[in-house]
Write a protein that binds this ligand. Structure first.
Ligand code: ADP
Length: 474
């Protein structure tokens, strides 16, 4: 499949050259997209700016109709897009199809929520004044998204932006642009007017520069690493653009001694091994209370040992390849460092790298300690290091001892202990006996260096609205 840019209602392959899209499970080429840069990004932003006045005047009901059409088309084509997603990114087909369903859930939820953009009236200080507060779409939105959820990260930005009345320019990750192309083809089929949605593939830094410097862009929404998020924030100071940043995480999982162990293992498996550990909300480090650490580790070892590793297109595969060589080497480095510092490998601890395909086996480590890389750096791989702790207070302290604050998880059957943990964890997302808390109707996002703003829920729509205060002197 060879993709193109979608600019002002036209498919075009302008650009310096092409980018090859590779299959991380086989090392084979899946297709190409144009390597766009400044010129293409500028054309896309200008098309979005030209379309904004008309689009922002449509009613939320009209926008919802188009969004729902797009939603239905995505679900009709979920198997086909899922296959493209697996081929360019590696996750197992059932997870890829699940991602398309998850993407569609944002579109239908925001299609409805767009109808509930309320303003308010506020009592004034004198009888001759009236105060109104209204909401308006921010304007042209630019989006930069990563490779680990090629459809969902884009959909959860695009759906609320369009529902709010904004126009949109998307730059998907270099490694996974083909899913985005297919999602855009279906959006075109749904009937969005020309210029309302635009897609530019190519050089991240060149396109990013246009997004942060072009005076017509009013909002940049980004999901990716904390490092690039900081860079974009610096660049954005020139235009004082509105920013939403979903950045890195280093999620702790705490298992208290009164936890239902089967529930905890199920939750840890869902959080840790989904997408081969390549999500920013994947549990990275597991703290288990002393008295149950052996029983828990044994159960987790058993469950992890049953996962099937392989090409995501094959039946029954649970863990696909890591996205590239760098990703694989990072996982290897983390495990090696942990073992050198005294961790014991219960299962896994090795992988297979051949023909530019990098598979790492699900790994459970015990005897982890704070000095190990895996306990303070994002691993982005299928490695579960277990460290023991004594008291609930100690667990919270260990969990909060990081510059990240995206997702956290804990397992306990006690309302009192759970409430203490939920209230003291410095994280935007807390999963209580729940290893998979993401949902379209809930606000997703991080504290500290994990970012700014929330996606999903009411907050996810608010992110694309400006507040205007109108003071009326009668
Ligand atoms: P990840 O670890 O998820 O690859 P990155 O932050 O490196 O995180 O990449 C996320 C997205 O940001 C990708 O689409 C990538 O192409 C883009 N990106 C990388 N570098 C820059 C940059 N300097 N300016 C703008 N976007 C960038």
């Amino acid at each position: 499949m060879n993709g193109k840019h979608y600019i002002d209602g036209e498919w075009t392959d302008k650009g310096n050259d092409t980018i090859k899209v590779m299959n991380p499970a086989t090392g084979e080429q899946v297709g190409t997209v144009p390597n766009g840069g400044e010129a293409e990004a500028t054309a896309a932003v200008e098309a979005a700016a030209a379309a904004f006045p008309e689009w922002s005047k449509t009613t939320a009901y009209e926008r919802a109709k188009l969004l729902m059409k797009w939603h239905d088309l995505l679900l009709e084509h979920k198997e086909e897009i899922g296959e493209i997603l697996t081929k360019e990114m590696g996750k197992p087909l059932k997870e890829a199809i699940g991602e398309i369903e998850y993407s569609a859930s944002f579109i239908s939820w925001f299609a409805e929520e767009g109808k509930r953009v309320y303003g308010r009236t506020v009592p004034a200080s004198s009888d001759s004044k009236r105060i109104q507060v209204t909401k308006q779409p921010v304007g042209v939105v630019a989006s930069i998204t990563p490779w680990n959820f090629p459809a969902a990260m884009m959909a959860r930005k695009m759906a609320p932006a369009l529902a709010a009345g904004c126009t949109f320019v998307s730059k998907p990750a270099k490694m996974t642009p083909l899913t985005a192309v297919r999602v855009f083809e279906l959006a075109e089929e749904a009937g969005f007017p020309k210029g309302v949605i635009n897609l530019v593939t190519g050089s991240a830094s060149k396109i990013g520069k246009v997004f942060t410097s072009h005076p017509s862009v009013r909002k940049l929404t980004f999901t990716g690493s904390t490092e690039i998020g900081k860079e974009l924030m610096k660049q954005s100071s020139e235009t004082m653009i509105n920013l939403s940043l979903e950045l890195g995480g280093h999620a702790p999982i705490i298992v208290l001694d009164d936890a239902d162990l089967d529930k905890a293992v199920k939750g840890v498996m869902a959080s840790k091994f989904r997408n081969a550990g390549q999500t920013c909300v994947c549990g990275n480090r597991i703290y288990v209370q002393e008295s149950i650490v052996d029983a828990f580790s044994e159960k987790l070892q058993k469950a992890a040992g049953q996962l099937k590793v392989g090409n995501g297109l094959e039946e029954g595969v649970d863990i696909g390849p890591l996205v590239d060589k760098d990703g694989y080497e990072k996982v290897e480095r983390h495990v090696k460092d942990a073992v050198e510092k005294g961790a014991k490998v219960l299962v896994g601890g090795d992988g297979k790298a051949e023909n530019d395909a990098y598979f790492y086996n699900p790994t459970v480590l015990t005897g982890a300690n704070e000095g190990m890389l895996v306990m303070f750096e994002e691993t982005f791989g299928p490695v579960a290091p277990i460290m023991s702790f004594k008291t609930d207070e100690e667990a919270v302290k260990l969990a909060n001892d990081t510059r990240f604050g995206l997702a956290s998880y804990f397992f306990t059957e006690s309302m009192t202990r759970g409430t203490y943990l939920a209230e003291h964890l410095e994280y935007g997302i807390v999963g209580w006996n729940d290893g998979a808390p993401s949902a379209a109707q809930a606000p997703f996002g991080g504290m500290k260096e994990s970012g700014i703003g929330r996606e999903g829920g009411q907050e996810g729509l608010e992110a694309f609205l400006e507040t205007k205060y109108i003071s009326i002197q009668l």
